[in-house]
Design a protein around this ligand. Sequence first.
Ligand code: CO8
Length: 379
Amino acid sequence: MTDQRTAKPVIAATGLFTPPQSISNDELVASYNLYAERWNARHADAISDGSIDAKTSSSTEFIEKASGIKARHVMDKASILDPEIMEPRLPERSDDEPSMMAEIGVKAANMALERAGRDPADVDAVLCACSNMQRPYPAMAVEIQDALGCGEGFGFDMNVACSSATFGIQTAADFIRAGHARSVLVVSPEITSGHLNWRDRDSHFIFGDVATAVLVESSDIAPADHWEILGTRLKTSFSNNIRNNFGFLNRAHPETRDDDDKLFVQEGRKVFKEVVPMVSAMIADHMEKLDIAGTQLRRLWLHQANANMNRLIAHKVLGHEASDDESPTVLDEYANTSSAGSIIAFHKHSADLVKDDIGLICSFGAGYSAGTVFIRKAA
Ligand code: CO8
């Protein structure tokens, strides 16, 4: 077993699964505007007597300017874009088949394991850390553990919305520090398209589907080319400004059941205003604790919700306007992928860093919740 005096948690490798289908802003807006036009025609009388408001059009220019999002990957493009459907259509699978979330999680996990040269049988624990679970039980993590062939160990699901992956990394690091595990997979399959209201102009552009995996290991078994975890910190503070009321008790009050309001809703502007200072202060505090100055930070892999939020946070942390190299974005291609966003940014934009470079993985979102993970390249 691990010598607890010397074992340190590290990031050994990451993996990414990107769904092949993608929707551009122009395609999304065309579909929404056709839906809105047909809806207005169907409700013409009520609109003209003033009892309901007409739906106004969405716009590519607004989306790009307000969020930085240009496209999003999805598991099923055709049905989302069909103005008569506007939901993904993912055929139900039998209990003997892999569930869709497990399937894409396994793809990302296998990439992380291959990159680390790790035999799945040597993984001690699997955490499925994401915003929406496909079912309550058996846990998605246990299915992933089985599908990967992870031998004897344990797995469980955890949900802290957009912060799930960083909360998972700290949990994995704590298992390693305590000697409970030496190799832990944190898997974040996000099928956000299933919980997004594609008929809501305010939010229809925000999310995309993806899966990521982070292999957190004890330094004594990790490949030489790893990232030391210098420190992790988590924070939550209750807010109703980002909410999803989907739940098993909804069937107990069918009279108020309405598909549209049991999906993702948010007060985007309030979130923006409240979360930017909260996260900036949290990062500054954690840096002080770790004795890291802004000038020492080579790169920030921030949560991917909004390009303008990231610009403000990065400016505060670094003390100057961040370049794309210092604070890379994946919003243009992936949109907001909830817990996976900062991990995609790290996965795609970390290979060029060199020994002793220091960076920050940071996520934030519903709860509110936020997590910071400072790392240093070991070789
Ligand atoms: N097209 C054209 N105009 C629009 C559109 C549109 N699609 N949408 C809104 N507008 C209009 C509004 O009507 C408004 O018009 P007016 O000024 O006349 O009233 C105007 O544009 C401005 O609207 P907003 O104030 O809403 O616009 P913002 O500049 O604030 O931008 C954003 C909206 C992009 C949503 C922005 O507020 C934002 O990104 N905020 C941060 C949100 C955030 O970080 N949220 C985190 C959510 S993720 C999370 O934690 C939970 C994950 C759960 C996953 C669930 C999967 C579904």
